[in-house]
Each structure stands twice: as C-alpha cells, then as structure tokens.
Design a protein around this ligand. Structure first.
Ligand SMILES: [Zn+2]
Length: 300
C-alpha cells in the first residue's frame, strides 16, 4: 500500500447531484467537465494508484437545497469494494436537529463509518456555536474522529457572491480551537491547509494534542510554504495525506509531495502512519489489505 487517502469524494453520478448549482463553476476552475464514473471505474482509480481511500458522504440540504450522498451509500462502497475503500466519513446536516444526531449515531454504530465530516461553509454553521455541541459530545463519547473543512473552498469560486457561501465559517480560530479545548478527547482533523488561515491552523495543531490536518484539496507544490516547512518538522506527526479526489488523482498528489523534499521517514508518517494512529485504522487497514490479496489473486 502506497498511502491512505483520508479525503475523497465519490466520482459517480452522486457527486454532481450533491453539488448541483456549483458544478458549472467547478468545471471552469478545474478546466475539465465533471464526468460521472461507474463505481468500478472509481475503484480502479485507487487500485491503479495502490491507495486505500476514505470516501465522504454529503448533506447540506437545509442551506443549499442540493441532493444528498447518503451514509448508506458510503458504507456500501466498503462492502462492495473492501480492497479499496476503508470505512469512510458520514455526513449529517447539522440543522436537521435531533434526527441528525440519531442518524450520526446510526452511521457510526450500525454502518461502522469512521466518523463524521463537516462542511461549515456549505452547511452554514459555526462549529463552536454551543447549539451544535451535542454532535461533538456524541463523537467524543463514541471515540469517533471528526473531519472539519477549514479555509476557502472550490465550491462557489468565481460565482457571483461566491454562490452565497461565506468563508468565515471555516476559520480554525475560534472554531476548531474552541471545540478542541472543550472536548479534549475528541480527535479533530482539519480538512485542507486552511488557507488563508494556515498559520492559525498550525498554531492550533501545535497547541492542541487532539488536532490534526489533512492536506487535501491543494496540489502539494502550492501548499503554503509555512506549512511545507512545519510538516517536515514540528507537524510531522500531525499531517494526514488526502487528495480531494476526483479533483486530482491520488498518485499525482503523492508524486508531487515526494518532490517537495520530504524525507522517506516523514513521508511514511504523512502517507499512512499518522492516519492509522490518529483515526485508529489499524484493524480496518488489515482487513482491506487481506481483501486486496484475495482480489489480486483472483485477477491473476
Ligand atoms: Zn473535499
């Protein structure tokens, strides 16, 4: 296994349904049409790159009115392709109240998803708003890590008013810093380099033992210099590899990362060791690698 990619979105038809009105601007941004793949084609992308992937559900219905990628769909991918997909990330719409809390518990307990992902910009909520504290309380008590988008987003980029999306929801301080302090046993992974608040994110990671970052969503060569420097030094145990597939392929990001002068020892940590430790993935990875052996044997 070359790496664990902790941050991937389905490239199947579900993807466009969940980001509806933002698709056209995304196509301009990435310079290519958002094309729906089959599940098999998607799985083969990761098989080719020798990467185990964690897929992310989607539900920002209350604020955007767009479609949902269900937690059952994400859990089903692991069932159908156990050699490719580790148990992924659940998503619930925080404005759906008690139902969302119950759905999140079901997704973790029954569907065995790893933890929830949150998109404060899209879901229009401040994670440190005490109305949402029951979610952090639940995850802490279940021992489930949370993945929270930080910094700007490609969604809405270049649209009038950024498609109505507000970036302020995704500032590491106060949002991440507050919930990390109030839930000290909750593992929090900030998704993306948190630009333009990268230094805030670095400060929170250095100060709070329970906070990590995935470096997805940015071509490694464009990761802010301050973060590139720290990920080889003080943050080498805190950074998790992620691509933000299907924007980029996993191999493309891994190759670029290795060109950034990361030593083999640090690359090993960022590519998989930190994810296994922070997200408690040891058994899940073992199961996936066993399934991989079977898959490869049958393909010969
Ligand atoms: Zn993403």
């Amino acid at each position: 296994m070359r790496a664990i990619d902790v941050h991937c979105h389905p490239s199947t038809k579900e993807h466009s349904i969940s980001i509806g009105k933002f698709v056209a601007a995304m196509e301009v941004l990435f310079g290519k049409p958002v094309k729906a793949k089959t599940e098999e084609e998607m799985a083969n992308d990761f098989r080719r790159d020798d990467v185990l992937a964690m897929m992310i559900a989607m539900d920002a219905q209350s604020s955007t009115g767009e479609g949902i990628i269900t937690n059952d769909f994400i859990a089903g991918l692991t069932e159908r392709f156990p050699d490719v997909f580790l148990p992924g990330w659940a998503v619930v719409d925080p404005w759906k109240g008690q139902w969302a809390l119950q759905e999140l518990e079901r997704a973790i307990r029954d569907l065995k998803l790893t933890g929830p992902k949150w998109m404060p910009i899209l879901q229009a909520f401040y994670p440190h708003d005490h109305r949402f504290y029951p979610f952090w309380d639940l995850c802490q008590s279940l021992g489930a890590p949370v993945l929270i988008h930080c910094g700007t987003t490609a969604l809405g980029q270049g649209m009038d008013g950024g498609g109505g999306l507000k970036l302020d929801y995704a500032r590491p301080i106060p949002a991440i810093d507050n919930i990390a302090a109030d839930f000290p046993k909750l593992t929090i992974v900030m998704a993306h380099p948190a630009w333009p608040w990268t230094e805030e994110a670095i400060a929170v990671m250095i100060h709070k033992k329970n906070v990590f970052m995935d470096i997805s969503g940015w071509r490694p060569r464009y990761i802010p210099d301050v973060l590139k420097k720290e990920m080889k030094r003080r943050l080498q145990d805190k950074i998790l590899y992620g691509s933000d597939y299907p924007g980029w392929s996993s191999a493309q990001c891994l190759d670029e990362l290795q060109m950034e002068g990361v030593t083999d020892a640090v690359a090993e940590k960022i590519f998989h060791k930190n994810a296994i430790r922070a997200l408690n993935l040891e058994d899940k990875v073992k199961r996936a690698l066993d399934a991989q052996k079977i898959y490869r044997a049958t393909k010969k």
